[in-house]
Design a protein around this ligand. Structure first.
Ligand SMILES: [Zn+2]
Length: 302
């Protein structure tokens, strides 16, 4: 009887210690400041929209016909996709494509061209009639007016961000850039920190503009930033050295023409899509470029 009491006492004693230890561990984890901080951060960074976006993975297969690294690609250059009154803001109008026109263009391109991204291009997976979509400056309307259309047509695109503008009125926020990067459809590229003229900036300024914008975007997205758009298409030999040092893969200019993987990847020409251009105008411009490329010309509209 006495032994039984001792045994029972021991069981209760050790059960008590075990329960207390578990409670203490739970208490320490729960109230650990670092744990609380990390959890709060994760909660901020992974709201429902991010989880939804994560389930959206590009289903586009590379089942293109006639892939050849010598094929040219038309790198289309957009800025804003929004409605602007030509009379009130003529400059803004020329940089803007209306949401209705944009949808019509992507609809046409997805049926008549192969929309690829810079990953396909640099790997040499370039089909006949290849098009790459690019957007300069990082305007907020990309999120509202461009992304839904690209998702609908599963069309990849690259957007080049001016990092000091992030979060300012009319520009994408860090959170929107993160969400875009998670879609697996959008490539985030650098458009420098402050959009300077790189051809006249001294080398230390150039390094700062390129490396800091890259660092900021890598911090936001957690991804490597490998593509650049030169502000106003300006650059010099030093710019190329910096891009090489920082292991960028491509750089686009505002020179008009088709891009070839076999040429210098740090001065890729583009095809401007301006606000005044009708769908027929874009069709004609692309037809002229691709027909000229077949006959060995340098491309129309230079
Ligand atoms: Zn720009």
């Amino acid at each position: 009887m006495k032994d039984e009491n001792i045994l029972q006492g021991c069981v209760i004693f050790f059960s008590g210690i075990l329960s207390c230890s578990i409670l203490l561990i739970i208490f320490l984890i729960w109230f650990n400041p670092q744990y609380v901080k990390n959890t709060a951060q994760k909660a901020r960074e992974a709201p429902v929209e991010i989880l939804k976006q994560l389930t959206f993975v590009r289903e586009r297969g590379n089942n293109f016909q006639n892939i050849n690294e010598k094929n040219p690609a038309a790198i289309l250059m957009y800025h804003y996709v929004r409605n602007v009154d030509k009379n009130i803001d003529p400059t803004g109008f020329s940089l803007s494509v209306s949401p209705t026109d944009f949808r019509a263009q992507i609809d046409y391109l997805s049926q008549n061209y192969n929309i690829i991204d810079f990953g396909d291009f640099t790997r040499g997976n370039i089909p006949d009639r290849a098009v790459i979509l690019t957007f300069d400056d990082g305007y907020q309307d990309f999120y509202d007016n461009v992304l839904p259309v690209l998702r609908e047509y599963k069309a990849p695109a690259t957007i080049y961000i001016i990092t000091e503008k992030i979060g300012q009125s009319g520009y994408l926020s860090a959170r929107e850039i993160l969400l875009l990067s998670k879609t697996n459809l959008i490539t985030i590229g650098s458009h420098t920190v402050s959009h300077p003229n790189l051809s006249t900036a001294n080398i230390s300024n150039q390094i700062r503009e390129i490396s800091e914008s890259r660092k900021t975007l890598e911090k936001i997205t957690g991804q490597k930033i490998e593509n650049v758009s030169f502000p106003s298409g300006k650059y010099n030999d030093e710019t190329w050295q910096i891009l090489k040092t920082y292991r960028f893969k491509t750089a686009v200019t505002i020179q008009e023409g088709l891009a070839y993987k076999t040429k210098n990847l740090f001065e890729l020409p583009r095809v401007r899509v301006s606000g005044s251009m009708s769908l027929d105008g874009l069709k004609q411009k692309l037809d002229d470029f691709f027909q000229n490329s077949q006959t060995g010309g340098s491309g129309a509209g230079v």
